[in-house]
Design a protein around this ligand. Structure first.
Ligand SMILES: NC(=O)c1ccc[n+]([C@@H]2O[C@H](COP(=O)([O-])OP(=O)(O)OC[C@H]3O[C@@H](n4cnc5c(N)ncnc54)[C@H](OP(=O)(O)O)[C@@H]3O)[C@@H](O)[C@H]2O)c1
Length: 179
């Protein structure tokens, strides 16, 4: 693959489980864990490049995420993501992503941004799609992600209503508006 400028158009995806206010976390953890959603996350990311922040990396029970290329952002010179690639900036992450794409014959669409809030914000300009597990509940939270409705992203598909215990949720696909 040819070298590209960081500004060149990208078609990454992001994946998140968010509440009705686009909240995603509290105290370094996700707000909710739904087994069917975890299975969907696994399937959506398997074999692909996952991009995350150091706080999300720290929150993983097992790291790196197996059978996936883990790219972890941190400005801390003492931090190393063992089993993954540590990027000190978005540009450094993009350079490593390009290297991994070329080496593994993957496409832009195989790059999945998995959070958390800081990294969703930093990589949103490079994302063309967002897979959102939208939970119909408002949690007490300390971390959110960009409100894609407010940013003009279009919800292009939505699953039937899903339930887990007393929770109602939907899988939604959002697409970036045309420039
Ligand atoms: N609901 C979901 O789908 C979902 C998904 C993922 C995470 N979460 C939740 O979200 C919360 C974590 O989100 P967060 O926003 O606090 O943290 P985060 O995005 O996971 O990680 C933030 C860290 O990434 C590094 N970083 C950020 N921007 C960078 C840049 N431009 N260059 C280099 N490094 C950079 C910094 O690490 P250093 O401090 O090491 O410098 C920063 O502290 C947790 O509660 C987690 O459970 C939820």
């Amino acid at each position: 693959m040819k070298n590209r400028k960081a500004s060149e158009n990208r078609h990454f995806s992001l994946i998140a489980i968010a509440d009705k206010n686009w909240a995603i976390g509290r105290g370094g953890h996700q707000l909710v864990s739904i087994s069917q959603d975890r299975a969907m996350f696994r399937e959506a990311t398997m074999g692909r490049i996952v991009v995350m922040g150091r706080r999300t990396w720290d929150s993983l029970d097992i790291r790196p995420l197996e059978s996936r290329f883990n790219v972890v952002l941190s400005r801390d010179p003492d931090f190393t993501a063992k089993g993954g690639f540590t990027a000190r900036s978005v540009d450094e992450a993009l350079a490593e992503i390009d290297r991994l794409l070329g080496e593994n014959r993957l496409e832009d669409t195989d790059v999945i941004v998995i959070g958390g809030g800081a990294i969703y914000r930093a990589f949103l300009p490079y994302c063309a799609q967002a897979l959102i597990t939208a939970v119909d509940y408002a949690y007490d939270a300390d971390t959110d992600m960009p409100d894609l409705d407010a940013l003009g992203w279009k919800m292009t598909s939505e699953s039937d209503e899903q339930t887990a215990f007393d929770l109602i949720y939907h899988y939604r696909l959002y697409e970036r508006p045309e420039d």
